[in-house]
Ligand binder design. Sequence first.
Ligand code: PLZ
Length: 458
Amino acid sequence: MTDTMQTSTDVTTAAVASIALKRKVVTAIPGPASQALHARRAKVVSTGVATTLPIYIDRAHGSILVDVDGNQILDFGAGIGVTTVGHTADRVVAAAQRQLADLTHTLFTITPYPEYVQVAELLAQHTPGAWEKHSVLVNSGAEAVENGVKIARKFTGRRAVAVLDHAYHGRTNLTMAMNFRAHPYATGFGPLAGDVYHVPNSYPYRDGLSGAEAATRTIDYLEKIVGVADLACLVIEPIQGECGFIVPADGYLPTLQQWCTDTGVVMIADEIQSGIARTGRYFASEHFNWEPDLVLTAKAIAGGLPLAAVTGRAEIMDAAQSGGLGGTFGGNPVACAAAVAVFDTIAADNLLAEADRIGARLTAGLRDLASRSDIIGEVRGRGAMVAAELVQPGTGATTKEPNAAAVSKLIAHAASHGVLLLSAGTWGNVLRFLPSLVMSNELVDDGLEVLRDGFATL
Ligand code: PLZ
């Protein structure tokens, strides 16, 4: 038995190790094997589950995906910011394999295990704020949002939830109501949860407001349309992800935190997309001098395994009654072991600095493109969370009319040349870059070159 296990481990490792870390297109994209799988899929998978790029992936390493036709795709999406330490990162694979064989499941609320505690310690250490912090581990980003809201409601004894315009928080019943965009996330899926209020955000490119001015506007809405007496929490992505990598003006977030502290509102950072080294800091909140009451993590925390967390001020987290938080798979041992390996990898491989290296190179490349194109309205981001917002020709200085068509064409051009790029934005007019932090300069440049050609074809 041991021999067999050893053999299969060797085979997996060998397959991944044999991937040359470069882009290679050997068939039309999608190729014949992907097309055949796509036809099979159509017979058995719900059409409600969309596909950005219908190529079926066989294996991956670093920032290269290998599809079933043998094409090697340069991955600027990292599964929407999940494989931040790279696909099949060595320490993550080793830790998860070891844990899988040692202990796969007990349910932490029945009989605990050390890896859950280790993850909570790492989160307490790395989330902003010097106070005592407690965590609960769950399975998905949306579940972290749900739990953050539950805990804030219990702590405050209040019911209302406030979110920003252009927010994205998930696909569960509560989080559907917290998203800015009804379509495709909520259309026809109601009734939605009540007591969720949407208030204006800070979107410097489009509103031209300073952080102080935007915060004043947000607070005015909170006081008028929600009312402080009923407001349990204000949930904010420090950099808004799905709706376009919107970076708030300086001062916006700390001003809101001060207002929340003064009025007894729990302020929650949704760092699900922006957290875990993505922006060159462990958490994007750090860029804005924001120390949130609660921090939500998911996506990158376990290098590709499902894990998420709510972490925050001990007195808030402990407001939940014993037995009030949990779930069968929350904080699964294999996912926790992978998360510990993710934190080890960030420190050992200096990935915060790598995020800045990649981000600087990408941003410089995009700014260079912008200097020769009148449809790039703004290049923005922090670390390796970078976006370009595209507008209609000639509207960049005036109406900034969104240009989703150009984004679609560029993404299709990139895909056909073996580069996976994602869109974002309320109007679908943002190109977003979430490469893994192990992407080499050569690969960043290679991706930029394909994009440059794409712009030339527009
Ligand atoms: N909060 C800020 O970015 C997930 C969604 C992909 P889950 N974003 C990617 C899709 O189409 O479903 C996200 C996020 C922020 C919450 C979530 C939700 O995280 O792990 O997808 O539930």
